[in-house]
Design a protein around this ligand. Structure first.
Ligand code: PLP
Length: 384
């Protein structure tokens, strides 16, 4: 009765429907009733192993972090950590080992304004997080004539006296581009700012494409960049774990402690967490292993290449360049794509553009009726 039926998806589907899918579901089911407070050590060990395996792939043996319920939660927790760092700078003599002492200082802290500088196209979870935490987002617009290329000089120019952190994205939604993380990292270090990299989409594909040699000479975007404080990576996107599951990685203990100050005791937004997603994540990572993820990642990109090649042959359709992961922006200057049936029947939205639409099995379309302009992925405003 409640069968979802066939649907369009942006997530890789290779291991789904086969024995890997069964295995992961079984693992999740087995731990479904477990809660992080009461579970034995098993679930925590699995969580730690997932964080340490991915931490290594992000070039940091000492990364600490947690599994949580989606990319939005990961991004919001990273903003909490940015706030925690600002707390410590503002109240150097407070007892930083006691989060409740710091929480008591919130009213005093919030008498001053605090801002986060990030490219305009940053995911709306970051705008949401800023709104929830009383932080002002300062969006940096892309370079003239582009939709996703950010000039580091514009990031620098946007920083104000009240700026506490920067956010960059590795695998932007919907462009699949990578922000200038190295340059942003240098700015963060120089100005002693928290720097979060949102790799919710790219985190479980970029390391594998780099390892396989598919992407050679990709600029460093992870903990190789010394200024990077944290990285979010969604298990339920390219990690292929059933939702809800994301992961957040901090450079070191000091950095995770910033998140724990604002969001005690773990740094997660949730208190009670199910251990099911931990077991599912651990099982998927171990079942596929690095080689399995590499195979899926390369398969994704091959399908993307096929899609691009096919689309390029269709008159009046164009593909936006600059995407580095399994996301593809297709647009037309002549055809009203929003009206096209192949967009999955989502139809026009009130802004006259189609929302992200995905095509089975791997690739994502974000189609517009005209060449994408810098306002394309702006946080939906009252005019929408
Ligand atoms: C770059 C990026 N960050 C954050 C998110 C938020 O993830 P979630 O929908 O799991 O909360 C997304 C979701 O598409 C994303 O693409």
């Amino acid at each position: 009765m409640f069968d979802e039926g066939p649907h369009l998806t942006s997530s890789p589907t290779l291991p789904w429907g086969d024995s890997v899918r069964e295995l992961v579901s079984e693992a999740k089911k087995r731990f479904e009733w477990g809660q992080i407070w009461h579970s034995g050590k098993g679930a925590r060990q699995m969580e730690r192993q997932v964080i340490s395996m991915m931490g290594e792939l992000f070039h940091n043996d000492g990364a600490l972090g947690f599994i949580c319920y989606g990319g939005s939660e990961s991004d919001i927790c990273a903003l909490a950590a940015a706030k925690g760092k600002a707390f410590v700078k503002r109240f150097p003599d407070a007892d930083h080992s006691d989060p409740y002492v710091l929480i008591g200082l919130v009213p005093e802290f919030e008498k001053k304004s605090h801002s986060i500088v990030m490219p305009l196209h940053s995911h709306y979870s970051l705008y949401k997080g800023c709104a929830l935490m009383g932080l002002e987002p300062i969006p940096v617009f892309p370079k003239e004539g582009t939709v996703h290329e950010i000039d580091p000089a514009d990031i620098r120019a946007a920083i104000r006296e009240d700026t506490i952190g920067l956010v960059g994205t590795a695998g932007t939604w919907p462009f699949g581009s990578i922000d200038p993380i190295e340059e942003m990292g240098r700015i963060a270090e120089e100005k002693d700012l928290y720097f979060h990299v949102d790799a919710c989409f790219g985190g479980f594909i970029l390391p594998f494409l780099e390892r396989s040699g598919y992407h050679q000479n990709l600029a460093a975007w992870d903990f190789r960049v010394p200024g990077v404080s944290s990285i979010s990576a969604d298990l339920h996107k390219n990690g292929m774990v059933p939702p809800p599951a994301s992961s957040l990685y901090f450079r070191d203990r000091k950095t995770i402690d910033y998140a724990r100050m604002i969001s005690p005791p773990f740094g997660t937004l949730s208190g009670t967490r199910s251990t099911g997603p931990m077991a599912a994540a651990w099982t998927m990572l171990n079942a596929l292993g690095i080689d399995g993820y590499i195979a899926v990642a390369e398969h994704c990109m091959r399908l993307r290449e096929e899609l691009i090649e096919a689309v390029s042959k269709i008159p009046n359709l164009k593909v936006l360049g600059g995407g580095m992961i399994n996301l593809t922006v297709i647009y037309s200057e002549e055809i009203d794509l929003n009206r096209s049936a192949w967009l999955g029947g989502r139809g026009l939205d009130a802004c006259g553009r189609s929302e992200s639409t995905t095509v089975e099995p791997l690739c994502l379309h974000h189609a517009t009726e005209r060449r994408p302009d810098p306002g394309l992925c702006r946080f939906p405003g009252p005019d929408c």
